[in-house]
Design a protein around this ligand. Sequence first.
Ligand SMILES: *[C@@H]1O[C@H](CO)[C@@H](O)[C@H](O)[C@H]1NC(C)=O
Ligand SMILES: *[C@@H]1O[C@H](CO)[C@@H](O)[C@H](O)[C@H]1NC(C)=O
Ligand SMILES: *[C@@H]1O[C@H](CO)[C@@H](O)[C@H](O)[C@H]1NC(C)=O
Ligand SMILES: *[C@@H]1O[C@H](CO)[C@@H](O)[C@H](O)[C@H]1NC(C)=O
Length: 207
Amino acid sequence: MTICSSFITVICLIVNISFVNSAENMSFILSHGVVPDVVDVSPTEAVHVSYDSGVNVNQGNELTPTQVKNEPIKVNWLAEEGSNYTLCMTDPDAPSRAEPSKREVLHWLVVNIPGNEIKKGEILAEYIGSGAPKGTGLHRYVFLVYQQPGVLTCDEPRISNRSREGRINFSIRNFAVKYNLGQPVAGNLFQAQYDDYVPKLHEQLSG
Ligand SMILES: *[C@@H]1O[C@H](CO)[C@@H](O)[C@H](O)[C@H]1NC(C)=O
Ligand SMILES: *[C@@H]1O[C@H](CO)[C@@H](O)[C@H](O)[C@H]1NC(C)=O
Ligand SMILES: *[C@@H]1O[C@H](CO)[C@@H](O)[C@H](O)[C@H]1NC(C)=O
Ligand SMILES: *[C@@H]1O[C@H](CO)[C@@H](O)[C@H](O)[C@H]1NC(C)=O
């Protein structure tokens, strides 16, 4: 082997290693049961979500309802230029993970997001934080991003952050089928259980 070709080999190795490091290990999607409870196939990228309380959503970490009560200040994913995306936050563990008879509760749904500029998207359901009832244990709050095949025209009634209507018995899987969104391209989740912000959220949702 010439010095020149081994030099190229080393360069290739370095490029390869940095590529591997930049790809995220998404095994947490499987270990937290997001597949099969919410989606059929794991996304291959993480969506990065930060709150004004200073916390981040990270691979099923536990956060409190108080920490996530306001809409995230930052949501980021690897967006392809010229594509529109759908962003969803959903709770499959309603009323509890053990007895999810109301699976899912829809917490946030924004469609027609150009790239990852959420503010320019169309809100179908305004953001609400965790409302895990007392004594129901940890709920999973799952963020999913879908790359749309084009612009969506949705017939769902718009849901305000003062309303429960249309949030219960939601299925992001069915929504994705209805609008031909395929499998999610990015995902993440946190978990939360009851704290004293929850009664305030339930009061807000009663109008
Ligand atoms: C991904 O993370 C899991 C759990 O931490 C670990 O068992 C697995 O080996 C990791 N896979 C890769 C390819 O790094
Ligand atoms: C993304 O959506 C906007 C409208 O919200 C539209 O003007 C634009 O053409 C869409 N881009 C693509 C690639 O579909
Ligand atoms: C509810 O949504 C409105 C915008 O429609 C926003 O101004 C308000 O801050 C939200 N309230 C909460 C508690 O998130
Ligand atoms: C949710 O679905 C369950 C079972 O399909 C049904 O019994 C219940 O009435 C539904 N609840 C709402 C609010 O639609």
